[in-house]
Design a protein around this ligand. Structure first.
Ligand SMILES: Cc1cc2nc3c(=O)[nH]c(=O)nc-3n(C[C@H](O)[C@H](O)[C@H](O)COP(=O)(O)OP(=O)(O)OC[C@H]3O[C@@H](n4cnc5c(N)ncnc54)[C@H](O)[C@@H]3O)c2cc1C
Length: 382
């Protein structure tokens, strides 16, 4: 057992770390304030190959693995969670289902563009009426001749309304199964498309520069072969998509948690009170030491889940543990970093204030903390 990154992963981590420090961090406050989508940064990440990291070269990818993606997400989130979640959702929710479940034709049609970062795909599970119970959607798709006709709506869908959004995969009820449960199928809707509308961006507490919208489908007609993979496989596909996504969200949470440590250490050395730097006071130093301890443990948790995933081993429980723990400590670190900064920590222009607002969603998106506990408990046979 070894806990050292190999040379290739370490080189990637360093490249993304430098990109995040030089390009992403200096612009983060601006995008946070304006809520503009960071098109230029996305374009640069596309040129770096980040959108194609875990996909084979034959589909336009970099031929890397999921671990590489997690390292990139951690380094980006250390600087800016909006940029990190844009990449996470594009890869894990947008491209990955196409790669994992799509037909050869669907992969060849969509993946090269998505891997280049010139196009984004989104995945619509959550509905205005519920997200945790995603296996029970109201959105319906009815077969009409050679086509499917989709009616319904989805809520909080990331990357669904940017100028470069080209695909939305949407979970639909396509019938009833023999056991009375809904038959669920994922349908791929090219964007723009008649009958599909992405509403205006939500006003959010954090992740300001990330694109999040409600989607409306009104008699939206897609061809019969718009099914992702096979008919009736929607439930299994989204469960598996979320298992992987949780590892990635965990990496993102660790990045935010580390960013809070970075900022706190710097500030504690610089800020003076009662004649000396505040970092000399044990109350402050111990608070930051605890933040680093939590971050380190959370990182090991996602490394473990990612390593299992890459090795083709079961990782559901480990993914839920990593997501649950790292999102919890990201919120803790963001709160504590704000405390270290005192009044300045409450000012939006300081990164720790942004981290504080960006942290909370980590306990909600891609399965709430309660849902992670449900997954772990079920895996324990409870
Ligand atoms: C910024 C943002 C981006 C998002 N991006 C996407 C996206 O790209 N695609 C997508 O499909 N979704 C996306 N989501 C949706 C997100 O995944 C859901 O918000 C989340 O899964 C929770 O669903 P909900 O909001 O409907 O809460 P609900 O399911 O209504 O839950 C409300 C509360 O009840 C608790 N709860 C529910 N059921 C149980 C239970 N059985 N036992 C105990 N507690 C329970 C929950 O844990 C939660 O605390 C995004 C959300 C946000 C805010």
């Amino acid at each position: 057992m070894e806990f050292r990154l190999d040379d290739e992963h370490e080189a990637l981590r360093k490249t993304v770390q430098e990109f995040a420090a030089d390009i992403v961090a200096p612009r983060a406050a601006h995008f946070d304030e304006t809520g503009d989508f960071p098109y230029e940064i996305v374009e640069q990440m596309g040129r770096m190959g980040l959108f194609g990291l875990p996909f084979p070269e034959e589909y336009g990818g970099m031929g890397g693995d999921f671990f590489a993606l997690c390292l990139a997400l951690e380094e980006l989130a250390r600087a800016d969670s909006s940029v990190a979640i844009t990449l996470e959702a594009a890869v894990c929710l947008g491209s990955m289902p196409v790669y994992r479940f799509g037909t050869e034709e669907q992969k060849r049609r969509w993946l090269p563009e998505l891997c280049s970062g010139t196009a984004l795909a989104a995945f619509g599970l959550t509905e205005p009426g519920g997200g945790s119970d995603a296996g029970n959607p109201r959105t319906r798709a009815v077969r009409d001749g050679d086509e499917w006709v989709i009616n319904g709506s989805k809520a909080f869908i990331t990357n669904s309304g940017t100028d470069i959004t080209r695909l939305v995969t949407v979970l639909c009820r396509t019938g009833e199964r023999a056991d009375g449960r809904p038959e669920l199928t994922n349908l791929m809707v090219p964007v723009p498309h008649d009958g599909f509308q992405a509403s205006k961006k939500y006003s959010k507490v954090g992740w300001h520069a990330s694109d999040t919208r409600e989607l409306v489908f009104e008699d939206c007609r897609v061809p019969g072969d718009a099914i992702l993979g096979d008919l009736g496989r929607g439930y299994a596909q989204f469960l598996s998509t979320l298992d992987e996504g949780r590892v990635a969200i965990s990496a993102l949470a660790v990045g935010l948690a580390q960013g809070c440590v970075d900022e706190s250490v710097r500030y504690a050395k610089e800020r003076e009170a009662f004649g000396q730097p505040i970092g000399r006071y044990q109350a402050v130093a111990f608070r930051i030491a605890d933040m680093q301890m939590r971050t380190h443990v959370a990182r090991l948790a996602y490394y473990d889940a990612a390593a299992r995933l890459c090795a083709g081993q079961p990782f559901k429980r480990e993914a839920a543990i990593a997501k649950l723990y790292s999102s919890t400590i990201a919120v803790d670190n963001a709160r504590d970093a704000t405390q270290v900064f005192g009044g300045y920590g409450f000012m939006n222009e300081y990164p720790v204030a942004r981290h504080w607002r960006d942290a909370k969603i980590l306990e909600i998106g891609e399965g709430t903390s309660e849902v992670q506990r449900m997954v772990i408990a079920r895996d324990l046979g409870l």
